[in-house]
Design a protein around this ligand. Structure first.
Ligand SMILES: Cc1ncc(COP(=O)(O)O)c(C=O)c1O
Length: 414
């Protein structure tokens, strides 16, 4: 992180590309130490194809995705394939976005527009959600001047429908919940929460940014998950990140609408006095079309059997980590419905282990309260990468033992 300002003028004379490449190669982070910071990637063939499609279309402007037929078709096919996983209605649809943050932002924005028609008396709208809702949701709400009222959750980090019902007031326009939350990786009781929303006549959003493209396959492989998608009556929008478990290159996410008529609350149309009508697919204006084409390429390359195969691989990795990491003194991998994995120690301060791993070169993600180290595993994690992580962890934990003092931990999520 930079502590201060960097003052630097543009070089007087440009440098040759080889020199630039050399400099950038030097600062490029090493594998496997940067593996988790680069989450989420598919296996090599998937990455290679994604990169090819990204490069081929990187100069095309996604600005035209509602109009240019070749691009429109591809973006809509991505959305159609995505929504098909969510037990859609016959007219469910969605939009391609730049990430979970924009998808959540889009949901709050659409709900606000929807409520503007239905509840014109609401001056300062609020959204009620379990406290485990992702910070990007708060961020989006802040931009839109919507208050987020958060409610207590159970010991496993799952929201409680009765708490949400109690928190609703005359200014509530929306209820949101996670499937799952990043913080606990557990799914909120979506059917009960959606019922509260339905009874109160509110928009119900499910943040499935992390789970949207893996839960359907976990379920097909027999994992019993709380229903969380359009199967659940009352769920009106779902955010799902393509750049997580769909293994598409960043920036790529999707926001889905239960009915096409809800999508009209998403679009912001401007009639410019000089340029004419201005209506784009999402919040961004000009954007690279690379991610749209890359997402299409990855989804068509993997297909249902590919996603099932990669989900199976992830389940194997999860089982191995739970077993082998759990055998290292005091470490415990948390029980989760979906992903990511979190682990903590009952013996050595988790912050000290986190810092020990960082000192060995690992760039790790964590969570603060309670402290845990997060493993956003993906199918590109090889057995050798995993072995390196486990042996580094054994070494760090052995060295620190019981005696490690809790360091003023800089354990952090992002
Ligand atoms: C549940 C959830 N929602 C939203 C987001 C934000 O996604 P992004 O970082 O793609 O904006 C994340 C990111 O991990 C997430 O886990």
């Amino acid at each position: 992180m930079l502590d201060g300002f960097v003052v630097k003028s543009l070089p007087q004379t440009g440098a040759p590309s080889e020199e630039i490449q050399e400099r950038l190669t030097k600062i490029c982070l090493d594998e496997p130490y940067a593996h988790f910071a680069r989450a989420f990637r598919g296996p090599e063939d998937v990455q290679r194809l994604a990169q090819w499609a990204f490069d081929r279309f990187f100069a095309d402007n996604g600005f035209f995705s509602l109009y240019a037929p070749y691009m429109r078709e591809i973006e809509q096919e991505v959305i159609a394939m995505g929504v098909s996983l969510l037990h859609p209605e016959h007219d469910s649809t969605g939009n391609f976005t730049s990430g979970g943050t924009e998808s959540n932002f889009s949901a709050i924005h659409a709900a606000k527009e929807w409520a503007r028609e239905r509840r014109p008396g609401v001056k300062k709208p609020n959204v009620v959600a379990p406290r485990t809702i992702h910070p990007s949701f708060h961020k989006g709400a802040r931009y839109l001047d919507v208050e987020v009222v958060t409610t207590d959750f159970d010991t496993n980090g799952r929201g409680i429908a009765a708490n949400i019902a109690n928190a609703i007031d005359d200014s509530t326009i929306m209820i949101a919940a996670s499937a799952p939350s990043w913080a606990y990786a557990n799914i909120d009781p979506i059917p009960e929460i959606a019922e509260v929303a339905h009874d109160a006549g509110l928009w119900m959003h499910v943040d499935a940014c992390i789970g949207g493209y893996i839960s359907p396959f976990l379920e097909k492989l027999g994992r019993n998950l709380t229903p969380w998608d359009f199967r659940v009556p009352g769920v009106m929008s779902i955010s799902a990140d393509l750049h997580k478990f769909a293994y598409c290159p960043k920036p790529a996410s999707s926001i889905y609408w239960r009915h096409v008529e809800l999508q009209k609350h998403h679009y912001v149309e401007v009639n410019d006095p000089f340029l004419g009508p201005y209506k784009l697919a999402g919040f961004s204006g000009s954007r690279s079309a690379g991610p749209i084409f890359a997402a299409w390429a990855v989804m068509n390359h993997l297909g249902e059997d590919g996603y099932l195969r990669l989900t199976r691989r992830l389940m194997d990795i999860q089982a191995r980590i739970t077993r082998e990491l759990g055998a290292i003194g005091g470490l415990r991998v948390w029980d989760v419905d979906v992903m990511p994995l979190h682990f903590s120690s009952d013996r050595t301060p988790t912050e000290a282990i986190y810092q020990g791993l960082q000192e060995k070169g690992w760039i790790m993600l964590g969570r603060l309260n309670p402290s845990a180290i997060t493993l956003p595993i993906d199918p590109s994690l090889t057995d050798e990468d995993l072995e390196r992580l486990l042996s580094d962890l054994r070494e760090v934990v052995d060295r620190l033992g019981h005696a490690a003092a809790p360091k003023a931990g800089d354990i952090r999520y992002g």
